[in-house]
Design a protein around this ligand. Structure first.
Ligand code: F6R
Length: 246
């Protein structure tokens, strides 16, 4: 099912595999029409099936910027987003390693790391297509509930709901890093096309809130209501509440 709602192009497919296939096709299509595309990428459970389907796509001229990384964390740590991206995508496609960009969880000078990341995105010409997941608090990237929308890449204390949700990857909740470096809401908003993905029944409430709720920095994904070019890709379980309310 494909519908337009306000500025959102909403795509719903029955199950996880079928929505991953659609999202992978959109990304592969972007690369086919513009081989030197700049992609913004996400980690987490949601895009795993998409990355699997992108194996075989020609990444030779593509540049990637990841949304975020825990801090502190060594890049070799199996829970780092650096490790996740290498395992699940970058080691499996022909991307030039010089074109892989992920905030450093090893940075000592956070402010300098954040500024350099912003500058590098700008120097690349900006992000053509930004893939996003959505967190339990409605965050995009690690833009946690806040009083204002953070503009640029910044160092952030993770929300307790994020730590709780991500503890599934760690031995215990107290092993989850308490901080991260993340693109800002402004950084994300500057992408020319946003591809927001949500799968599973546990995302149904937050999807409805992000799309239909107030535009509120407590729910950073709500800013996407103002973006001119957002594709919202969901499986039926994540879409159920939103579709009932439209
Ligand atoms: C990941 C990121 C996060 C996740 C979100 C959903 O790089 O920035 O915003 O997209 O927390 O995570 P999953 O997909 O694991 O439910």
């Amino acid at each position: 099912m494909d519908i337009n709602y306000k500025k959102f192009k909403v795509i719903v497919r029955e199950g996880y595999e079928s929505i991953c296939a659609v999202v992978a096709e959109i990304i592969a299509g972007q690369i086919a029409t513009q081989p030197d595309s700049v992609l913004g990428l996400a980690t987490g459970s949601t895009p795993l099936g998409v990355y699997k389907k992108l194996v075989g796509t020609d990444f030779s001229r593509v540049t990637c910027f990841n949304l975020d990384e825990y801090h502190p964390i060594e890049r070799t740590n199996h829970q780092s987003y650096h490790y996740f991206m290498m395992q699940n995508l970058f080691n499996r496609v022909n991307i030039n390693p010089d074109n892989i960009n992920i905030p450093s969880g090893e940075a000592v000078d956070f402010a300098a790391e954040c500024d350099a990341y912003e500058e590098k995105i700008a120097a690349s010409g900006g992000i053509d297509l930004q893939l996003l997941g959505i967190g339990p608090c409605g965050h995009v990237g690690f833009n946690e509930p806040a009083a204002i929308f953070p503009k640029q890449t910044h160092y952030v204390a993770l929300d307790s709901s994020t730590i709780e949700a991500n503890s599934r990857f760690f031995e215990s909740t107290d092993k989850v890093p308490k901080h991260a470096i993340t693109m800002g809401v402004g950084t994300i908003f500057s992408a020319r096309h946003i591809l927001l993905m949500a799968t599973g029944s546990h995302k149904a409430d937050i999807v409805e809130k992000v799309v239909l709720g107030d535009i509120d920095p407590q729910v950073s994904g709500s800013i996407l209501q103002l973006h001119p070019n957002v594709t919202l890709a969901m499986d039926a379980a994540a879409a159920v509440k939103l579709l009932q309310s439209l």
